[in-house]
Design a protein around this ligand. Structure first.
Ligand code: FE2
Length: 250
């Protein structure tokens, strides 16, 4: 995990780190990324114009509609709390863009407001996961590599058919337990095995944990890192507000 303070780093250094994400499978944390002079709009312009990333503004809303947004909000909201994006509960390991065939690589987040306690992010890079599976459950690894699944979301059925782990190049992972079609028994069993494997790894040394403060940002290659969230305490709606955007590498 790379942790930089934005005020002590040059934008050129940041750009170098971000463009390394094609191979890099470590998350990048940016302390004090936002202030009144450098807002989420500044970050959007910087990523697009200085880093030459291309935004993917597709967002599937809580209602399942495919919309276009520069940023979308992940925040605790009682009437939408059936979705992890709007609950205060722990969220298991997943990829964000798994249902997009040829989806964007980079996810960029701004922690507008962190909860008073909890809400830590967990990161599990694919290289560590592959090492762990090779040692601990080779059978599960082979099933994840060789079984095609369909991952989909939304009323317009945005959909991606792929093995969950693809090892071509430096490896990719596409994982969302809840959005994977588990109507075939073998797929259901495999997904259940992987879900419980990942749950058991949450407290292991393979997993990195980090708690952002308000105005920090973080980014990672969504195809190379699984992420999860610990539960958090909230007293009222939007006590924790995280903004998300997603981007294609040049
Ligand atoms: Fe996520």
């Amino acid at each position: 995990m790379i942790i930089l303070d934005k005020n002590e780093s040059t934008l050129e250094e940041l750009k170098h780190r971000i463009l390394g994400f094609r191979k890099e499978d470590s998350p990048l944390i940016l302390r004090k990324a936002c202030d009144e002079n450098f807002t989420e709009k500044s970050w959007f312009d910087y990523l697009e114009k200085e880093c030459s990333l291309t935004p993917d503004m597709r967002h599937i809303s809580f209602e399942g509609e495919l919309t276009q947004k520069k940023w979308w909000e992940i925040s605790n909201q009682i009437d939408k709390s059936s979705a992890y994006a709007h609950s205060t509960t722990a969220q298991p390991f997943h990829s964000d863009n798994a249902w997009f065939a040829r989806g964007p690589e980079v996810n960029f987040f701004i922690m507008k407001k962190q909860a008073v306690s909890g809400g830590e992010n967990l990161f599990y890079p694919i290289n560590r996961l592959l090492n762990d599976l090779e040692k601990e459950d080779e059978g599960l690894l082979q099933d994840l590599l060789h079984t095609e699944v369909t991952i989909s979301k939304g009323n317009e059925n945005v959909s991606h058919r792929t093995p969950i782990i693809v090892t071509e190049g430096t490896g990719k992972i596409f994982w969302n337990y809840y959005r994977t079609d588990k109507s075939e028994k073998f797929v259901k069993d495999m997904c259940d095995r992987f879900f419980s494997y990942l749950s058991n790894k949450e407290e292991s040394s393979s997993v990195m944990e980090f708690r952002c403060e308000s105005d920090d940002a973080f980014l990672f290659n969504d195809q190379k890192i699984l992420h999860a969230r610990k539960s958090f305490n909230a007293f009222k709606e939007r006590d924790r507000v995280l903004l998300q955007s997603m981007w294609y590498l040049p």
